[in-house]
Structure formats: C-alpha cells, structure tokens
Design a protein around this ligand. Structure first.
Ligand code: SF4
Length: 289
C-alpha cells in the first residue's frame, strides 16, 4: 500500500517536521557547490564547485562554533531541508566527490536542483497539514507524490529537470491554500471594525515600526521586512512565503500559526525565548534568551 493512501493532516505535519538537514550525512555540499560572494554574511569569496577553506577533510566545518564571530553569519542561516544528504547518500549512493572527483561536477550541479525540490516539498506538505477542502488536499497530494518521486531520480534525470514546470502549479496551489486558510481566520476573528488592509504582498516595510501590531491573516508574500520592528506583534495566519526577514526583531512575537515560514527566514531574524514559532521551526541557537 502506498504511503500516500491514508495521508492525512497528521502525516503531512510529520512529513514537514522531518524535512531537516543532517550535515553528518552530507559531503559538505553547501560549503562546496554554491557560489558565495564576500559580504557581511560571508568573509571570503568562494566560487561554485570550490570547497570553502574552512571545510575539513571529514566534511565538517572547522570553525562551526565560531561562525558568527568569524564573519560567517550566513552559514548559521542556511538550511537545505535535507537536500544535501539526499544528493550525497541517495543520488550518489554515499560516494563522495573527494573519493570520486570525476563525479564532483555533476554532484554540485544537482544540489541546487534538489534544494528546490525540497523547498517545494516543505511548502506542499505544510499546506497539506492545514484543514483544507478535499479537492485542494487531493491536488496538493498529487504534487507532493510527484516531487518526492523526482528526488529519487538519478543525477542525469535531476540535471534534465526544468524546475519552473513544477514551481508554477505548486505556487498556484499554495496561493489557493493561503487564501482558504486566511479567509477562514478572517471570518473567525472578524475584520469589520477597522477594515484592516490584509494584502501587503511585496510591500516594503524595511525598518518599519510595527511593535505590538495585530497583523493576523495578512498576506506578506515576498515582502521586505529587513530590520522591521515586529516585537510582540501577532503574526498568526500570516503568509510569509518569500518574505525577507533579515534582522527583523521578532522578540515576543506570535508566529505559532504563521504560514510558509522557513528555518532560513527565522535564522536570519532576531528573536528570543518568548517568540512563538510553528512546530517545524527550531529556535536558532544564536537568539538571545
Ligand atoms: S565557513 Fe564552515 S559552514 Fe560556512 S561554508 Fe565554510 S565550511 Fe561551510
């Protein structure tokens, strides 16, 4: 029997929570495959396909415990959701690019493709964890099955994928899910008193003072929230897909039911123990107490 035959909200929640990077099973792909330019987040220039000078022969980072102090803050933000270990252990069957250098070019080119498949699986499984219509559930489940199947392709198969072909239908379904869930929340909390605007898609709120604001059910897809003050704000039911939360202050904010929030977004923001996060997001170790 297929694992998807009885796939319900609980299975979806578990699926989403299990999408976690396991660096100990990865051949340091994020530290090697990607092109990273020098910035306040990364202290050196590192071309694509070249191992970072801090990467050990065992694929561990030699400065792991001092990344922020050493000028590599970006490395504490990055999250592949498990794409790295899948490329290493499934696609390339545990054969590393150090042992088999002839595989390196293909391995490094496949990693960003796998990353995108994992990102879509994270969003789709989260969408399936919500109370949505049976039709929407069915359509999302088809996408999740398809995406998971693609992660099992061999390296040539992965390299031949046109990711946009999968992104477009997934994005349409995520938009439908967002609207469905936010409309339900709006109906529950009411929005007649202040007629609060709810569509702030792509808005520029860089550095904006929003402390203590009720932003429930707002659409903040693709918005710029860099260094915004969102302390103690109510962000339940907010759609954060693609929003830039770098250095946003989330101290005491409630994001417990925020939608499509990623670990990378949270890692790039500031927060504290009072910040409420969804179950699939861990509190970053660099957040203040
Ligand atoms: S500094 Fe460490 S974590 Fe960052 S890319 Fe280099 S080896 Fe990887």
């Amino acid at each position: 029997m297929s694992v998807y035959s009885n796939f319900n909200r609980t299975s979806a929640k578990k699926f989403r929570e299990n999408l976690q990077a396991d660096c100990s099973s990865c051949f340091g792909l994020c530290c090697t495959a990607l092109n990273i330019s020098v910035s306040s987040d990364f202290a050196i220039n590192k071309p694509a396909g070249t191992p970072c000078s801090n990467l050990g022969t065992d694929f561990r980072c030699n400065i792991h415990s001092d990344l922020r102090e050493s000028g590599f803050k970006g490395c504490t933000v990055f999250d592949c959701l498990g794409a790295g270990q899948t490329v290493s252990q499934v696609t390339f069957e545990g054969k590393s690019w150090r042992e088999y250098p002839e595989t390196s070019e293909k391995m490094f080119s496949v990693f960003p493709i796998m990353e995108q498949l994992y990102e879509m699986m994270a969003y789709v499984s989260e969408a399936l964890s919500y109370e949505i219509s049976p039709e929407l559930h069915k359509e999302l489940l088809v996408q999740l099955q398809q995406l998971e199947g693609l992660t099992k392709l061999n390296a040539d198969g992965l390299a031949a994928l046109t990711i946009m072909e999968y992104r477009i239908p997934v994005n349409e379904l995520l938009l439908k899910t967002s609207l469905y869930i936010r409309n339900k929340l709006i109906a529950k909390i009411g929005n007649t008193k202040n007629k609060r605007k709810l569509d702030y898609r792509g808005t520029d709120w860089m550095g904006k003072k929003l402390k203590g604001r009720d932003l429930r059910a707002t659409d903040l897809r693709g918005s710029y929230l860099i260094a915004a003050d969102l302390q103690m704000s109510d962000l339940r039911g907010v759609d954060f897909i693609g929003a830039d939360l770098r250095d946003a202050n989330l101290n005491g904010a409630d994001l417990s039911t925020s939608m499509f929030l990623t670990q990378m977004q949270i890692n790039s923001a500031r927060g504290n123990k009072e910040t409420k996060l969804p179950s699939h997001i861990k509190q970053p170790s660099h957040w203040s107490a």
